[in-house]
Design a protein around this ligand. Structure first.
Ligand code: ATP
Ligand code: MG
Length: 386
């Protein structure tokens, strides 16, 4: 066992988005300095860090500056090239490892790993050639065609009803390597954030229930309604198997579908904290970002305790426009008048529709209390209710 990296050292993160910003906040609370690699001069994490290296992820000079400055390095953005982590690993500990990130970046490799771990995933086929397109089994239709790489927030996905639609969709996606998944009858969606240390011990956040709108996460609720102890144990078991199978060190989020027939299917993994785990900052005594810091620094992992029921609402750029399309600022004062409201804005300068600008977590002593506050917050913000 190597000695932990103690506060005062600099911890680095590849990617300067909101996840990096919340990582930096958690690291700084413990007394670490933070360094961020992101080409964008006004990136949310760069704005709050001690060092901001403004180069591309594969820039040799930028990576060398990060390795010089940091005692350990993590990542916050799924599409940071795995090779950036592999290059850094020659000089400085990285968590997660580039190889684990590479698996999560490729839907085909990801599904193969999930199956190897004995966890069910959606029936699917890889489509890289005309021949594979023509050979798709009828049972996979209707389905969802997803690009194998670089998808997020429902981008790079097309729902296809039949073969003609499938052919058109593959052309629409630029005939890049894709995975066609059978359209499953979802009852609801859950996710689980697990943190695993170098000795293979793991802890997890409570199971989260997620609601998506237009392919983007809209609402997360904990404790997750409809998840009994047996289902929770199956989800924990699936996440542990996947983390073990990857030999993972760090924070990993596993997205799961609960099907109408009660079965559980793994959808995908994110090799980092996840939007659905943001509630943990305000609802748990250890957040997913605290866990990320502890994993990379080799500090003890303790099981997070949920001390409040919580609902998280994503705040997309759409809220910054009135019905006539004019820019406006949401009524934060009214939102903050709600007991248990925790507002997180990411410091992004430009609001765009569909862009994640912040999130709002509402905590209460009971799930009913949190739901009541969410309805009030949604009414103030002009969001649909639950
Ligand atoms: P994100 O970045 O938000 O996680 P993504 O672009 O990586 O999204 P997925 O998570 O694969 O995409 O899919 C987005 C959503 O589409 C899922 O949360 C689910 O609601 C729906 N979906 C995806 N695959 C299936 C499927 N096989 N059957 C039914 N619904 C699905
Ligand atoms: Mg997803």
């Amino acid at each position: 066992m190597t000695a932990p990296i103690l506060p005062g050292a600099t911890l680095g993160v590849l990617g300067g988005g909101q996840l990096g910003r919340m990582f930096a906040h958690a690291a700084q609370q413990l007394g670490y300095r933070t360094a961020v690699l992101d080409a964008d001069a006004s990136s949310p994490a760069g704005l709050v860090s001690h060092l901001h290296v403004q180069t591309g992820y594969l820039d040799a000079g930028g990576l060398a500056r990060m390795a010089d400055a940091c005692a350990a390095i993590t990542t916050e953005f799924e599409n940071v090239p795995a090779d950036a982590l592999r290059t850094l690993a020659a000089r400085v500990p990285t968590a997660p490892a580039g190889d684990a990130v590479a698996v999560c970046q490729d839907r085909a490799a990801e599904k193969a790993l999930i199956e190897r771990c004995g966890v069910p995933c959606a029936p699917h086929a890889l489509i890289e050639t005309e021949a594979q397109l023509a050979a798709v089994a009828d049972s996979l239709l209707p389905g969802i065609l997803k690009t194998a790489r670089m998808g997020y927030d429902g981008k790079g996905q097309v729902r296809v009803r039949d073969r003609a639609a499938l052919v058109a969709a593959w052309t629409e996606l630029g005939r890049v390597p894709c995975v066609l998944e059978q359209m499953l009858a979802l009852d609801f969606e859950i996710s689980l954030v697990i943190a695993r240390d170098a000795q293979g011990a793991s802890v997890a956040l409570p199971i989260q229930r997620n609601l998506h709108r237009d392919g983007i996460l809209a609402v997360t609720e904990v404790p997750a309604p409809g998840v009994d102890a047996a289902l929770a144990e199956r989800a924990h078991d699936a996440a542990r198997r996947i983390a073990d199978g990857l030999g993972y060190v760090g924070v990993l989020c596993v997205e799961l579908f609960v099907l109408k027939d009660g079965s559980l299917v793994a959808n995908e993994m994110a090799p980092r904290p996840h939007n659905s785990g943001h509630h943990s900052i305000d609802s748990c005594d250890v957040s997913q970002f605290d866990l990320q810091v502890r994993c990379m620094a080799g500090l003890p992992l303790v099981a997070p305790r949920l001390h409040s029921a919580a609902l998280m609402l994503n705040l997309l750029g759409d809220l910054w426009f009135d019905p006539a399309g004019r820019e406006r600022e949401p009524d934060w004062a009214a939102v903050l008048a709600l007991p248990g409201a925790h507002l997180h804005l990411y410091g992004k300068t430009e609001a765009r529709r569909g862009r994640k600008m912040g999130h709002l977590t509402l905590t209460a002593s009971s799930p009913e209390g949190a739901r009541l506050q969410v309805d009030r917050a949604a009414a103030i913000l002009g969001l649909p209710g639950l």
